[in-house]
Design a protein around this ligand. Structure first.
Ligand SMILES: [Zn+2]
Length: 303
């Protein structure tokens, strides 16, 4: 059966299965891999976020969030359709904000509440380091670090930079030069949509809040109450790891679909990604905290 060609076929169209450029071709099947082609399906984006002006920002965002977190195969299908790079960037930064703002507010409150204790800790570290002859590690590393943690705003700032770095670093794998530039763009955009899991980070606060509330009641004194509180606490603590894991799996699935990478290559990326993430974490969380603490100590010593 010969398909009627829409006028847009003069555009670059890529085979959903193998990425072959179908521009100027009118065959019903991909000449490279033989897949039956539905050209009309490949012309327009199905991403809810792309249609946000028509269906409303909230609905479009929420649906894309579900797509990026739990329906990666559907998200991957977008690789064979036009993708707006700017839309993907916007989605990425909104998602970072959604995940970050509640945590930033909570950590600011905690920092203000515990500032006195915090100051006590870091001045204590300094005193210990001074008195126990010369412990350069404690003096140079731990002291500024301890001081930095207590500065309100340092943790939120580090976390924000961490999330921005994290959501950008995987895109590196999505544009191998062997791919058509348009497909490289789509790959990078898709890697941004994969960061959707970040938006669920505040769930951790919610669970921790419930655990704290229960812990302050008589119910927590019973053995059942204690178990419930402990389980909730563990859930809250492991939530970021679970979200990171979902993000990691989604990124790998998209990576394989976007680049048609071989299994050894995908395995390599699977191993490399957590290493890069840890590296980003060390740079942002540790270094920014340390630098702010160092500045604080310098300012204090000048007084
Ligand atoms: Zn094909």
């Amino acid at each position: 059966m010969e398909l009627d060609l829409p006028p847009e076929t003069s555009e670059d169209l890529f085979c959903p299965q193998c990425g072959y450029n179908l521009r100027g071709l009118s065959s019903a099947n991909c000449p490279e891999c033989g897949l039956a082609l539905d050209r009309a399906d490949m012309l327009y984006s199905r991403l809810p976020w792309t249609h946000r002006q028509r269906i409303g920002y909230f609905r479009a965002y929420w649906r894309t969030l579900i797509l990026g977190t739990f329906k990666t195969p559907d998200l991957a299908n977008e690789l064979s359709r036009p993708v707006s790079f700017r839309d993907a960037q916007l989605f990425r930064f909104i998602t970072i904000a959604v995940g970050w703002v509640p945590l930033a507010i909570a950590s600011l409150i905690l920092a203000l509440v515990f500032q006195k204790q915090g100051t006590f800790i870091w001045s204590g570290i300094g005193m210990n380091a001074m008195s126990s002859s010369v412990n350069m590690f404690a003096l140079d590393v731990l002291w500024p670090l301890g001081a930095g943690i207590t500065v309100p705003g340092v943790f939120p700032l580090s976390l924000l930079m961490f999330l921005i770095l994290l959501s950008g670093v995987s895109s590196y794998f999505f544009h191998p030069r062997s791919m058509a530039p348009k497909l490289q763009n789509r790959g990078v955009a898709m890697s941004y949509y994969a960061c959707a899991a970040i938006a669920f980070l505040p769930v951790m606060l919610l669970i921790a809040g419930v655990a704290t509330a229960i812990a302050n009641t008589d119910f927590a004194d019973t053995s059942f109450g204690f178990t419930v509180t402990a389980i909730l606490g563990m859930l809250a603590g492991s939530a970021p790891l679970v979200l990171l894991f979902i993000w990691w799996v989604n990124t790998l699935r998209l990576y394989q679909r976007a680049t048609h990478a071989t299994w050894p290559r995908t395995t390599m990326v699977a191993a490399l990604l957590p290493v890069l993430w840890v590296f980003c974490g060390i740079i942002t969380l540790t270094f920014i905290t340390w630098a702010c603490g160092f500045l604080l100590l310098v300012v204090q010593s000048l007084r």
